[in-house]
Design a protein around this ligand. Structure first.
Ligand code: HEM
Length: 523
């Protein structure tokens, strides 16, 4: 039975009252009435850790014994209270959890011109307080600042699409280098070492800089692996940043009051990343001065790199550009490489799918056909495999929005200022939205009439604040999978890999894949 929020248990929620015509007040939204600190819950809302801090006490709080071995805490809450759950407290805005596609649609339909999502407070703190910058970064930006970001974002879309086409050959080359690297690092049982995720991060960074500055930096070169090389320093800092970002955000946020070991390590890692990014910003500024006369005269940015576009066309200062690039790296590049890890895992666990995909790849790359960006439009199975992986393991399991106006959801009035957590991973794993939802079945995306409810699958978010790196991520992932499968069959012999939360879904175990040479196997 549903219980109304707060202590007035005498208020009964009659189903027939729940109509859009006469919305019930917010106080009727069900949710845990007796709040109790509960650690397990917290880790399932990591992205939201920020705004939730003052409600650390609230967010892990719930009624009775929440631990249910068969479901995540979030599922428990939905099973217990229904499709709309209110968590709230005396200290902060209320939080409402939703998962139904029609409710998610409604939030996006009404998100307005300045949508706000939950930021990442420790990153904001790093920028605004530690570095004294003025831009808190795209992931954190809110209010008026976000209008400027949205303008920048709009102007970057065309250059990104342009560079994905123009730099395709370089991306292709870096994927070939990665494939060769696998050959160097796998052991006699064809197994790659435990740190394969950081190898993938090197490849992700190489692709990132190709697209931003049209150059290969050498993350996959032998010199780039030397202990004191810039790529090695960058990758170490990146992995540390991911780890300590998550430690600072999830859990009690002592860093708000004083420097903690985790915030220090995070800031040190961010300083290294910032320092290296700034070096490329300085290069771009120099080359900009060099030929800016020509470019400005012709108002022609076609030959500019994305970084130059940020600096020239968007007039971003180095602090702003560095902040944007750092967010893209820490959250975007790692989201891509973690998704790739899961895709490799799913392919290794589903030999039939891997075989079908290999056949498609062979047919498209037969004879001396040169791979091009548009080749992927003709590879439906590859696209389907990627979608299926992002359905089961989207890097960001939640989307969040701060309501800019009151809306009516499921018969309740949800007031302006409420934080909405939209459980998109849960939504794309519910049986009513996807049949056999737990299975990795790319074929579900192959029919003309894909029948899942609108907005039940949103790995890249939606609306004005949706992911700017979607095409980059997709093209890079498809290119690398194609190259890998052309050379190797992938196997994995260990226990199931689930996801851990490190600001995003990351594989719970080392990626000890076996890459077996194609010419040693029959398929
Ligand atoms: C598989 C890879 C990726 C996934 C699944 C992903 C997913 C997401 C999601 C869910 C959001 C929030 C959207 C929303 O709130 O509606 C987001 C935002 C963002 N992503 Fe990605 N992302 C990926 C890769 C990338 C890459 C490669 C980059 C850039 C290099 C990037 C840059 C960004 C930026 C800058 C934002 C903030 C956009 C804004 O606030 O307006 N992402 N991403």
């Amino acid at each position: 039975m549903l219980q109304p929020y707060e202590s007035d248990l005498s208020v009964k929620v009659a189903d027939d009252l729940i109509t859009e015509k006469s919305p019930l007040s917010f106080d009727h939204v069900p949710g845990p009435a007796i709040l109790k600190l509960w650690y397990k819950y917290w880790k399932y809302v990591p992205l939201f850790g920020t705004q939730l801090f003052h409600s650390v006490l609230i967010n892990r709080l719930t009624e009775g014994n929440l631990w249910n071995r068969n479901s995540t805490p979030l599922q428990y809450l939905f099973n217990r209270y229904g499709p709309i759950v209110r968590l709230g407290g005396p200290l902060l805005n209320d939080i409402v959890l939703i998962h139904r596609p029609e409710h998610i649609s409604k939030v996006f339909d009404e998100e307005g011109e300045m949508p706000t999502r939950s930021g990442i407070d420790i990153l904001q703190h790093y920028r605004l307080n530690h570095r004294q910058y003025r831009f808190s970064g795209p992931f954190c930006t809110q209010g008026q600042e976000s209008l400027k970001w949205l303008e920048t974002k709009k102007s970057l879309r065309a250059p990104i699409a342009e560079q994905l086409k123009n730099q395709f050959r370089k991306l292709d080359k870096s994927c070939n280098e990665f494939v060769s690297r696998i050959r160097q690092i796998k052991n006699r049982q064809d197994e790659v070492p435990d740190n394969f995720n950081s190898e993938l991060a090197r490849w992700g960074m190489e692709c990132f800089w190709i697209l931003m500055i049209n150059k290969q930096i050498g993350f996959l070169d032998s010199a780039g692996y030397e202990e004191n090389s810039e790529p090695t320093k960058f990758i170490k800092a990146l992995m540390n940043a991911q780890l300590y970002l998550s430690r600072c955000e999830n859990g009690f946020q002592f860093w708000r009051f004083m420097e903690t070991p985790s915030s220090k390590k995070l800031f040190d890692a961010c300083d290294v990343i910032d320092g290296i990014i700034r070096k490329y910003i300085r290069f771009a500024q120099t080359s900009q001065q060099h030929d800016s006369a020509l470019k400005l005269e012709n108002k022609n940015y076609i030959n500019s790199t994305i970084l130059e576009t940020m600096l020239i066309k968007q007039n971003m200062n180095p602090n702003e550009a560095s902040t944007l690039l750092m967010d893209m790296v820490i959250l975007g590049v790692l989201a891509t490489t973690n998704s790739l890890s899961f895709l490799l895992y799913y392919l290794s666990k589903n030999p039939r799918v891997q075989r079908n995909l290999h056949h498609e790849i062979i047919s498209k790359t037969a004879s001396d056909l040169i791979l091009e960006k548009k080749t992927f439009d003709e590879m439906p199975y590859l696209n389907a495999c990627m979608k299926e992986c992002l359905r089961l393991r989207p890097p960001f399991p939640y989307l969040t929005r701060l309501l800019s106006k009151s809306i009516s959801l499921h018969g309740y009035t949800i007031p302006k200022g409420t934080y909405l957590i939209m459980a998109n991973q849960l939504s794309s794993q519910r049986e009513e939205n996807f049949e056999d939802s737990e299975k990795f079945r790319p074929e579900r995306w192959m029919t003309d009439n894909v029948c899942h409810p609108k907005n039940s699958y949103l790995p890249f978010g939606k609306g004005l604040r949706s992911c700017i790196g979607e095409d980059m991520a997709k093209i890079e992932m498809m290119l690398l999978i194609t190259k890998i499968l052309l050379e190797y069959r992938i196997e994995y012999d260990y226990g199931d890999i689930h996801s851990n939360m490190l600001m995003m879904n990351v594989p719970s175990k080392p990626l000890r894949f076996r890459f077996i040479e194609r010419d040693e196997c029959r398929n």
